[in-house]
Write a protein that binds this ligand. Structure first.
Ligand SMILES: Nc1nc2c(ncn2[C@@H]2O[C@H](COP(=O)(O)OP(=O)(O)OP(=O)(O)O)[C@@H](O)[C@H]2O)c(=O)[nH]1
Ligand SMILES: [Mg+2]
Length: 303
């Protein structure tokens, strides 16, 4: 069930990989040429140059030991190497997505990537696991942003700490952490305004919010910063993320809009190059269009 759903949602990325790779085999070529063309396909599908080269170097080595070099066996080896790139980070995810510890999550990223929507989905995921969630509407910058999060709070039947438009977002975080400590909440998720890494005042503002969380929330609570990234921006998004990460610490990625792009290959680049786990993927605009990232099912869905 899950498998069919993710296959359906990643259809566009699958077309970018699978169809092209099958075409390579369809026109009879020698093995070196096949691997070169696979490498090219990976690069063109937003896997990133270095990661594509790494995968194909390993594939060439694997093939030296392999007697049977038909389409199926090559594809299986390719899948194995692609999965390998993702797997270590996805193991880290198992530790991180813990349902046992209380947690405070700060959600960050550039404008319009899907932060607020992803918070709505995450809230639903925690609720389904019987967790009591509190939201904080710390995007006081964009008109309508507070109401947007409040609507997600209502849909999920959870409470939301909201300030006024243009209020210092750090003060909203302050109020939210206070409410979190006083109540019997399991999870606090904080929405923030979209920002670019080169806007120094906005990046400073983010650090201020983090400081308040650190100061007000006990060390027994798991604290993390999740960066939301729009998959439709492919390699550009990955580059933007890299610049963002140089300015602030992030624990994991929520990769959105995988349903509407053929650039899902960017997952490999994020994990391999940015060395950050993709924890969740967004596959639509609805409340349950969220999946915990899993390396094996991801690779199986695209090849
Ligand atoms: N297809 C698709 N659309 C998505 C997904 N996630 C979010 N969106 C859409 O992306 C648009 C922007 O989402 P928001 O949640 O408002 O993004 P944001 O990062 O909070 O935006 P700002 O607060 O303005 O920075 C909305 O139209 C969402 O419905 C997804 O996984 N798939
Ligand atoms: Mg928003």
């Amino acid at each position: 069930m899950f498998f069919n759903k993710i296959k359906e949602n990643l259809k566009k990325t699958k077309e970018a990989f699978d169809v092209k790779i099958s075409n390579i085999f369809a026109n009879k070529k020698d093995i070196d040429e096949v691997i070169d063309e696979i490498e090219e396909t990976l690069i063109l599908s937003d896997v990133g140059y270095e990661t594509s080269t790494k995968i194909c170097t390993k594939l060439r080595e694997d093939l030296k030991k392999q007697v049977d070099k038909n389409e199926e066996s090559i594809k299986n080896l390719l899948k194995k190497e692609m999965e390998e790139v993702l797997v270590s980070q996805s193991e880290a995810l198992q530790d991180n997505f813990n349902m046992t510890q209380k947690q405070v999550i700060l959600v960050v990223g550039v404008n319009g990537v899907g932060k607020t929507t992803s918070i709505g989905k995450l809230t639903n995921l925690y609720r389904k696991n019987n967790k009591k969630v509190l939201l904080a509407a710390a995007d006081t910058f964009r008109a309508g942003a507070i109401e947007q999060l409040e609507i997600w709070a209502q849909r999920n039947n959870v409470e939301c700490v909201s300030g006024k438009e243009m209020q210092d977002p750090a003060s909203v975080i302050f109020d939210a952490t206070k409410r979190f400590n006083e109540g019997d909440y399991d999870v606090l998720i904080c929405d923030t305004a979209g920002r670019l890494h080169n806007k120094k005042n906005l990046m400073d503002e983010l650090e201020k919010m983090k400081k308040i969380i650190d100061r007000n929330i006990s060390d027994e609570v798991y604290k993390e910063t999740i960066m939301v990234l729009d998959a439709t921006t492919g390699q550009n998004g990955a580059l933007q993320a890299k610049a963002f990460l140089e300015k602030t610490n992030v624990n994991g990625i929520f990769l959105t809009k995988l349903d509407s792009t053929s650039k899902g290959g960017v997952v490999f680049s994020i994990v391999d190059d940015l060395k950050i786990p993709v924890k969740y993927i967004g596959v639509g605009e609805k409340i349950d269009d969220i999946e915990l990232f899993d390396a094996k099912s991801f690779v199986n869905a695209i090849i």
